[in-house]
Design a protein around this ligand. Sequence first.
Ligand SMILES: Cc1cc2nc3c(=O)[nH]c(=O)nc-3n(C[C@H](O)[C@H](O)[C@H](O)COP(=O)(O)O)c2cc1C
Length: 205
Amino acid sequence: MQVLHVIGSPKGDASASTRVAGAFLDQYCRENPEDSVTTLDVWTADLPEYDGELAAAKLAPLIGEPLTPAQVAAWDRVLGVIETFANHSKIVISTPMWNFALPYKLKHYIDLLVQPGVTFGLNDEFEHVGLLEDRPVQLILTRSSAFADESPDDFQLRYLIHILGFMGLHDVNSLVFEGTTLPSAEREEFLDRCCEQSRLAAADF
Ligand SMILES: Cc1cc2nc3c(=O)[nH]c(=O)nc-3n(C[C@H](O)[C@H](O)[C@H](O)COP(=O)(O)O)c2cc1C
């Protein structure tokens, strides 16, 4: 198995979500030594900008327009991003909540993945269908505040489940850690507990 770890926090070693995901993946690798993990940090990855060429390239086939050379070049880069994602048999996404939703770089990455005819399409009834083969996805999410289950204010977990399902990924599990903004001594203890909980969950991935 090849596991892709998508890192949504820009904070490096100081990141709660990356640290907890690290504990999850360390344990996973101990239990599955033949598997490999690739890391994709959306803050340092060379992702194509979602500029006008790309926006036009996305919609051109839907209105029967040919792509210009610039649009073809932009589209090829997007296909490369999707190929890397699709070539991994398991996905881990770790991210903080930002303003009830996702950090914009992670949203950027998702915008690149969600493409008509590649990761989603329409069936004969003109309903959307996901085109990615389903595979296990583990979400590891952190945030300062606490949200009730299925809270309409939570655009982090709800959005990720929605957009992954839109592309055909329904085998999604989540570990959500709330109340992460703490004085440093308390934070260490808290994060140790989160890491422990993550390690236990790795057995089910
Ligand atoms: C720009 C920004 C926006 C944030 N917005 C929210 C928010 O809407 N709700 C919340 O509960 N926490 C919010 N937080 C707090 C983070 O989600 C929280 O500190 C998280 O644990 C950070 O994870 P990280 O250390 O992996 O980056 C925000 C933090 C930042 C930097």
